[in-house]
Design a protein. Structure first.
Length: 522
């Protein structure tokens, strides 16, 4: 894009005509920067009341001014205030009186246990009662109803090995309170945003006196047991369960490391990409069936009904794999896509992405500061940028994959100091095939096995074998010396700067094209 466009774009960016057109296409765009900045700013503000008062005064001044730029300033300030208040509203309940020390607690396991190391379990607990205390106002005030992140030794003969999501038990644990950090990217800040008030080490646990796992959790575990019974407990089965329904318990550390090194770690979780694949597959099946019901075609608008039915089934799939993390974000994104399509809003995919990020930031303040959300939206913005470019379908696909890999590589490099070189090649060529095989092929094979059409699980075994070959290829590539780079010092700074410059330059060029197409130059 010629450089002389820069001054023209900058001059026309804040014009009344340009702002009106942008607000008609992306009505949520002007609220997002202020909201995100306000949530970040809340970590460092010394005085709440003074800042909010000053911000409101400035907002009123901007609002009364008869100018589009003044109106934009008021929107930014008000959204910044909402961001600050959303974070402040979240933190008081997370910081009770110092709960450190040894405590006897009756708790419920509110998330599936995680086994990050051999012989150790990490579990999220909700405190139900404080046995042996006459009043909850005694030491440990604030513990009742709070969440703890605890670890314990996991051995087959210990009671802790019998727990699962929904289990209730009494335990004795040493607690360590989590203090608010001024660094929003710290581990403590992440735990506080997720609702935890303390970490603990479980010293003793009684047998669970109640097991009440959620319905979807029981269904998922039942499916996993059926698959293991049909295919055996091995790495291929673990890969199928991980890529299909999000169960990573049977994957080895070697496999996870290999997928991370080759830039394919997103395939090991049921992320937004897999949920999107399932949604569009269901949409095709539902629409194929509905258009053949003639009386229904005459009565309702079939595409809208098909999208609604596929959305309900897709949300059921999200509930099956676990309503958390990337799958939940994908579910919200799909909801906004369906709403936007049914109401024919302008802006398309980008508008849905912006709205979903805005809603997620309001529901979980500060979640955009975590690598999971950053990776999700870096990939989404890359895909949106690539698909918005003109050209053939294959060219759009390649650009979308390259931009998504470029944007996510910047996030990975910032957080983990690693840049996957082969990932730029594998993500556009191999990742879609593997995801389609695990989601669509695995879904059909599992349905055939459970319905009795394939009692020997031969089709399921074929899918697992193909995924096993894919895993072997990933292991072989990850052993290559140049599969990934880990720049340090000046090398890291130069690499980050280069990726950031290319990303900003690409996004800016596309934005200038948008302004030219929409005639936003005066």
């Amino acid at each position: 894009m010629p450089n002389f466009f820069f001054l023209s774009v900058w001059r026309n960016l804040g014009s009344r005509r340009a702002l009106a057109r942008l607000r008609s296409y992306y009505p949520s765009l002007f609220y997002l920067p202020g909201l995100l900045f306000g949530q970040l700013l809340s970590y460092w503000l010394p005085s709440r009341a003074a800042f909010v008062a000053a911000m409101l005064v400035l907002s009123i001044g901007f609002w009364r001014a008869n100018s589009s730029r003044a109106g934009l300033g008021a929107v930014l300030l008000l959204s910044c205030g909402v961001g600050i208040l959303s974070m402040w509203a979240a933190f008081p309940s997370l910081l009770p009186k110092e709960p450190a020390g040894m405590h006897v607690l009756e708790v419920r396991v509110d998330q599936p246990p995680r086994y990050r190391r051999i012989g150790e379990v990490e579990v999220s607990l909700l405190v139900l009662a404080l046995p042996g205390r006459a009043s909850v106002r005694e030491e440990g005030v604030g513990l009742l109803g709070s969440r703890l992140l605890c670890r314990a030794v996991d051995l087959p003969w210990r009671n802790i090995s019998q727990i699962g999501e929904g289990s209730e038990l009494v335990l004795k644990a040493s607690l360590r309170s989590i203090q608010k950090s001024v660094n929003p990217f710290s581990y403590e800040a992440t735990l506080l945003r997720r609702g935890y008030i303390a970490t603990c080490r479980i010293q003793y646990a009684a047998r669970p006196h109640r097991q009440s796992p959620p319905l979807w959790y029981r269904i998922r575990r039942g499916l996993a047991q059926r698959v293991v019974a049909g295919l055996g407990d091995n790495e291929k089965t673990g890969l199928l369960l991980s890529m299909g329904i999000g169960l990573r318990d049977r994957l080895s550390d070697r496999t996870e490391t290999a997928f991370k090194r080759t830039g394919l770690a997103h395939l090991l979780v049921v992320s937004g990409y897999q949920v999107t694949l399932v949604y569009y597959a269901l949409l095709g099946v539902v629409q194929f069936c509905l258009v053949r019901i003639r009386w229904l075609v005459r009565m309702v608008y079939v595409p809208a009904l098909a999208r609604a039915c596929a959305l309900v089934l897709g949300l059921g799939f999200v509930a099956l794999v676990g309503v958390e993390g990337s799958s939940l974000r994908a579910a919200l994104a799909i909801i906004f896509v369906v709403i936007a399509r049914n109401f024919e809003r302008a802006g398309g995919m980008l508008n849905s992405i912006i709205v979903s990020l805005l809603v997620i930031s309001l529901i979980w303040p500060g979640s955009y500061l975590e690598p999971g959300l950053q990776l999700t939206y870096a990939a989404l913005f890359g895909l949106c940028l690539g698909l918005s470019c003109r050209g053939s379908v294959f060219g759009q696909y390649l650009r979308a994959c390259i931009y998504a890999s470029l944007f996510t590589s910047f996030v990975v490099l910032c957080w983990f100091g690693q840049l996957s070189l082969v990932g730029f090649l594998l993500n556009p060529l191999v990742a879609p095939l593997a995801a389609a095989l695990s989601c669509k092929g695995g879904f059909l094979a599992l349905a055939a096995y459970l319905s009795g059409c394939d009692p020997g699980a031969k089709l399921l075994g074929l899918v697992a074998t193909a995924l096993g070959w894919f895993r072997d290829a990933v292991l072989w590539l990850s052993a290559w010396e140049y599969a990934a780079a880990e720049p340090v010092g000046w090398g890291l700074a130069i690499t980050l700067s280069a990726i950031a410059l290319i990303s900003v330059r690409t996004a800016w060029a596309r934005y200038v094209e948008f302004l030219l197409e929409e005639g936003l130059f005066s």
